[in-house]
Ligand binder design. Structure first.
Ligand code: SF4
Length: 468
């Protein structure tokens, strides 16, 4: 079992504006290593099939991600893979293909490998009506087998504007036990500027209802850096949010990239907060969430001490993955739906990025995998170092070296050398036995991880978002 390198400070984070200004530049978010930028369209689907077959020997449970791309209206800030439509025929066509994909994928895995973890993301999964969602859950159960024991963790992203109380009961009835609510900001001027109006009463009502319905964990997404936001306005949002006590919070930095995301062109750039205001808001988040009892998990994520993320961190089962942070580290991940990413054994795959391409491949009875990557030994070792840094704030050299058959100090001699400026600046502590990210360095943990990324060189970082 892992031990946190700073047991007394696990969950604590310190806001150091000078360090953030210097190290908060562009970089990968390390939801995987190697990152999706390295996935190649020359990847052969047979390699995926072979890995899936080989993975059956370990008989690990499965984790499944299902992407539902549809939305009823456009939130201007959105950078997700989504389709804004009211056309039910289009939805039915997509679902038909999704059902076919479930069949093709399920053929590859032993039926004893139950789905222990399931996440519906989007888009807006609750765009699907009761019958469509029930049919999808039934199909997953028929083809893969859904684990219904206490171990199961089935979560769904919910747009509060699209669900009523009866819907919450339906979701519970289908086996979902976690909800993730897109909140972003409660300020009306901010909501109007991003075309997403939802009231405090609406969200509070859903949270209360979900708790009554037995949902085990409720998570909120917030975004800072949106138009019309100020530190004062966001403080009010944080007060309301903490009064509702969501178990988890993800607080994302809005990246304004109108050349890449068309919808963002609807946002008045002059109304965006300045870099200094964004830093003030981030500082406020750190202080207020800490005061309200939330622990910093890492990379935008906070959780209450009794939440499973904190428990998993303390037990050594926390992982960084495509959903941010997650428990159930021991599972293989099957990605279903347009643009979904999977991770089976030593292979990453990504499905076709457009519904046209996705549906065409399934019409041809092909797995809709468009890109992928086979992870070699060096990738694997570096990926594990990055996992340790992002989840546990450090690496113990001997334990890590024993687990992977290397002498850590020899293998990473040049990386340890390159950590020197970060040591001098107080982001990390380095001695003969370990690397440990300090509370000052936790907001900048990806700067530490980047030292171990063999693919990063100069301008390549331009394609990644800013850390802060
Ligand atoms: S933020 Fe969510 S609901 Fe809004 S457009 Fe994007 S995916 Fe759809």
């Amino acid at each position: 079992m892992r031990k946190h390198l700073y047991p007394s400070q696990a969950g604590r984070v310190r806001f150091e504006p000078d360090l953030i200004r210097r190290y908060g530049g562009r970089g990968p978010r390390y939801t995987s290593y190697p990152t999706a930028v390295q996935f190649s369209d020359a990847f052969e689907v047979d390699v995926y099939r072979q890995n899936a077959g080989a993975s059956n020997a370990a008989a690990l449970p499965l984790s499944i991600y299902v992407h539902v791309p549809f939305c009823e209206s456009l939130c201007y800030y959105c950078g997700c893979n989504k389709i804004v439509t009211r056309n039910q025929a289009r939805v039915e066509r997509y679902l038909e293909c999704l059902h076919r994909e479930i069949e093709l994928q399920a053929e590859l895995f032993d039926t004893t490998r139950l789905v222990e973890q399931l996440h519906f993301g989007g888009g807006t999964p609750t765009y699907l009506n009761r019958d469509q969602l029930a049919a999808l859950m039934q199909k997953l159960d028929d083809e893969f087998g859904l684990d219904r024991t206490d171990r199961h963790e089935f979560s769904i992203e919910v747009d509060p504007r699209t669900v009523d109380y009866a819907r919450i009961d339906e979701l519970a009835g289908l086996g979902f036990n976690r909800l993730s609510l897109g909140v972003q900001d409660f300020n009306r001027a901010v909501q109007a500027a991003v075309n997403r109006i939802q009231s405090v009463a609406e969200v509070r009502g859903l949270v209360d209802k979900a708790r009554q319905a037995g949902f085990h964990s409720i998570s909120f997404d917030l975004i800072y850096g949106l138009p019309n936001q100020t530190a004062t306005s966001f403080e009010r949002t944080l007060d309301i949010v903490t009064s509702m006590r969501p178990d988890r919070l993800a607080v994302y930095n809005y990246a304004h990239l109108p050349e890449r995301f068309k919808g963002q062109r609807m946002i008045d750039a002059a109304a965006l907060p300045t870099a200094n205001t964004k830093l003030d808001i981030l500082h406020l988040c750190i202080d207020k969430l800490g005061d309200a009892g939330y622990e910093y998990i890492g990379m935008d994520h906070f959780a209450l001490p009794d939440d499973d993320l904190v428990v998993a961190r303390n037990q050594g089962t926390l992982q960084r993955n495509f959903q941010g942070y997650s428990t159930h580290r021991h599972t293989d991940l099957v990605g279903l739906g347009v643009s979904s990413i999977g991770s089976i054994g030593r292979v990453f795959t990504q499905n076709a990025l457009t519904t046209g391409q996705y549906e065409k491949m399934l019409d041809d009875d092909r797995l809709p995998i468009a890109k992928g990557l086979s992870v070699d030994d060096d990738d694997h070792i570096r990926g594990e170092v990055i996992q340790e840094l992002m989840c546990y704030d450090g690496v113990r050299f001997d334990a890590f070296g024993d687990a992977f058959g290397i002498d850590f100090r020899d293998y990473f001699a040049s990386e340890l050398e390159r950590l020197t400026p970060l040591v001098d600046d107080g982001l990390v502590e380095l001695d003969e036995a370990s690397i440990a990210i300090t509370p000052n360095g936790r907001l900048l943990m990806r700067s530490v991880a980047m030292v171990f990324d063999r693919y990063l060189a100069g301008e390549e970082t331009q394609q990644f978002s800013k850390a802060i």
